[in-house]
Design a protein around this ligand. Sequence first.
Ligand code: PLP
Ligand code: COI
Length: 359
Amino acid sequence: PSTYAPTALPPLPSGFAEGLKDVVLPDPLGFGKLMAPVMAIAHYRDGSWETPRLAELGPLDLAPHTQALHYGQAIFEGMKAYRNLGADGGPPLLFRPYEHARRFNRSALRLGMPEIDEQVFVRALEELVAVLEPFVPARRGQSLYLRPTMFGATADLSVVPSTEFCFVVLATPSDAFFTTPVSAWIERHYSRAGAGGTGCVKAAGNYAASFAAAAPLRENGFHQLLWLDAVEHRYLEEFTAMNVFVRRGDLLYTPPLSDTILAGITRDSLLALGPSLGLKMEERPVDIHELTDAIRAGEDVEVFGCGTGAVVAPVELIGDETGMRLPLPSQATALELRERLLDIQHGTTGAPDGWQHTV
Ligand code: PLP
Ligand code: COI
């Protein structure tokens, strides 16, 4: 087997960072369309990581038999740097970066990859965001979306874990993933994750596995798949890129974490914030029939998704392949939680320790 020997990327040319200062960002930005021109990158070989460093965004030198391309040894994180809109302003803020570092390492271990030191992970993000500060958009709700990624880089077609890895952090100035209420398509046939699988980590393949299921969703004009459990197709799991919450009266609940549900950092944040809105929080299984019956009965029911990309996205319609279409008139709690979270993320209000990390 050949080993991964990437061409060393040159460091940023002198004056490169200064040259970025006059950038004018388009409006709207969309999500993940416009790549910032700098990335952080580090390689792992001979059992250790080199220190991540900044380089101009450019192609990676990969053999066609690179392990990740065939066997999917690849993980990622999604996080954001927000413009500090607090009274005193200041450098951009990362939201709970150490939580993302820890989840990245859980994903790495699950896929047989080496962990990366949490401090090193966060330091790479700080350095990247400091250079890319002009790419942190100014408007509330916008952000510099950050995409730490790790993939098995050994060029070897035998089905064994890589021994070389590439860690790369990309950045893309973005609007929120959803800027208007979403419609949710209940997936009745496929499953996102099974017991003992990789559903609870951010494995790249989890997302690839959702694409075929998403075709009818798009044909019907819906936004997100709402996945049910793989055994009975009865209990809500999560959306393709968000955790799910249901509010009935003053009770706000979300499915308990398991090995088939991603431990969302936004989910965890909402569980902490909910009581300040007078809500009773509960982690418990949510039966899809119970939910649709309550909506049909005209009860005070709200459904929303939450995640880094989306922040909080109210659901205005639930549908499925049988032609079921259930509108959800209420969005107030989702919108209120969204504003609370954005206040924290943009530094206009205080927050628990570690939630507002100055770059
Ligand atoms: N579930 C899935 C499958 C996701 O991709 C995401 C997004 O990262 C989430 C949930 C929400 O996680 P977080 O709030 O940490 O972004
Ligand atoms: C997130 O970061 O919120 C994600 O889940 C990434 C998604 C856009 C695939």
